[in-house]
Write a protein that binds this ligand. Structure first.
Ligand code: MN3
Length: 205
């Protein structure tokens, strides 16, 4: 049974960057539906007891193409939003600190350069998708984007995502309308770098 990440903050806690109605719809409708559908499909495929990361890394184990595709999309939607909601928070923003900051500066040059690079990936993703910062098996940091609910795990990169930026229209359209770049620019004001640091530390262990 896959359990949806429960928000430790209220739907309106990320105002004005993310409006309350977007948060409520995103978490209680979109994410809840991905989770429920994943549970139904995983039961059918007999993979309901696997870790989601292992399941997404080994989609080939599911022989039925329709089930495999459904689990790729809904399992991705489940995992991706768990991460996205986890790395946001109220009274957040600012810049990373400690070991994560040092690693990001080494990988991308500076925090501003990181923002520039991942923003380009987020705005440049054609159609629905995501932008990512991930840890490689060697402990390096890399940026990427992906379509639909794919992610670095389901794409078989072997990398562990620690930062997820949702650029599906449902993530921003109520407030930002067609202006994805405006949403991406504001998004960094609600990033909880303590949460990203914790994910980084776990990923390099
Ligand atoms: Mn979404």
């Amino acid at each position: 049974m896959f359990k949806q990440y429960q928000l430790p903050y209220a739907y309106d806690a990320l105002e004005p960057v993310i409006d309350a109605l977007t948060m409520e719809t995103h978490h209680s409708k979109h994410h809840a539906t991905y989770t429920a559908t994943l549970n139904t499909l995983a039961e059918k495929a007999g993979v309901q007891d696997q870790e989601i990361t292992s399941l997404l890394a080994n989609l080939d184990q599911i022989e039925d193409p329709a089930l495999r595709n459904g689990i790729r999309n809904n399992g991705g939607g489940f995992y991706n939003h768990n991460l996205y909601f986890q790395i946001m928070g109220p009274n957040a923003g600012g810049e990373p600190t400690g070991a994560l900051k040092e690693k990001m500066d080494a990988a991308f040059g500076s925090y501003d350069a990181f923002v520039e690079k991942i923003s380009a990936l987020a705005t440049g993703q054609f159609g629905s998708g995501w932008a990512w910062m991930s840890v490689t098996p060697d402990g390096d940091l890399v940026l990427s984007n992906s379509a639909n609910q794919d992610n670095p795990i389901s794409l078989g990169t072997g990398n562990k995502p620690i930062f997820a930026l949702d650029v599906w229209e449902h993530a921003y359209y109520l407030k930002y309308k067609n202006l994805r770049a405006a949403y991406v620019k504001e998004f960094f004001n609600v990033v909880d770098w303590n949460a990203v640091s914790a994910l980084y530390e776990a990923a390099i262990k």
